[in-house]
Design a protein around this ligand. Sequence first.
Ligand SMILES: Nc1ncnc2c1ncn2[C@@H]1O[C@H](COP(=O)(O)OP(=O)(O)OP(=O)(O)O)[C@@H](O)[C@H]1O
Ligand SMILES: [Mg+2]
Length: 239
Amino acid sequence: MTQLLVIDAASVRLSAQTGGQLALQQVSLRIAAGERIALVGANGSGKSTLLRLFNGLLLPVAGRVHKRDGLTQAMLFQRPHMLRLSVLRHVALGLWLRGTPWTGARARALLALQRVGLAKLADQAARTLSVGQQQRVAMAQAIAMEPTLLLLDEPTASLDPHAKREVEALMEDFVRAHPQAAMVFASHNLGQVKRLAQRVVYLEGGRVLADLPVADFFNPIVLQSRSPNAHLFAQGELA
Ligand SMILES: Nc1ncnc2c1ncn2[C@@H]1O[C@H](COP(=O)(O)OP(=O)(O)OP(=O)(O)O)[C@@H](O)[C@H]1O
Ligand SMILES: [Mg+2]
């Protein structure tokens, strides 16, 4: 299996954190081409921090992060940040910053907006969209980059059921169209995890307490035996 990213006993301390507390503690994970991984855990367990470590936005204070040469990443953040630009320019800018000439970037951006059903809003100011629409613009931007590692932080958290299904379909399209890429997403929606993930990583207090194939995670007997904490969490979320 081609490893895209390997993390070895990585610990992260966030700048505003005081005392001995770490946002991630001794996390070891391998992400291979073709994998679809869900990160689950309570609020504050470290899912967003782990995604930022994958994306290179954070560096570990201990341990090691090794990326395969040529790895390209795109990340959808938990709260979308829109620039003071039109929707089309916002999406195209991401591509242009990575070296796509402007005309090509605009054309690809428009295609990506069509895919997320927002082409009709291409000329509107990105900041005037609803949060759900902004989330889909961010999704369009991430997908347009055709990354080898797609990182999604709660991609459907603020969406209505219809938009949620659309974004899930986009996630499925992405993995189907890019079998050599991997997708990692944080989610509080265990139904979504079941639909989209092959592997589930459970975080608690900045530690990985379970890393299991999806079938094992959703088998209460197996989960209980592998990680009582993850079992309690799953029971709570499913209740
Ligand atoms: N900028 C920051 N400065 C200091 N501490 C932070 C910062 N961002 C997050 N933390 C802390 O780091 C820990 C992990 O936060 P993180 O955002 O990764 O959790 P999460 O699992 O994504 O939670 P949620 O489900 O609410 O999105 C928490 O204890 C949080 O309070
Ligand atoms: Mg988060």
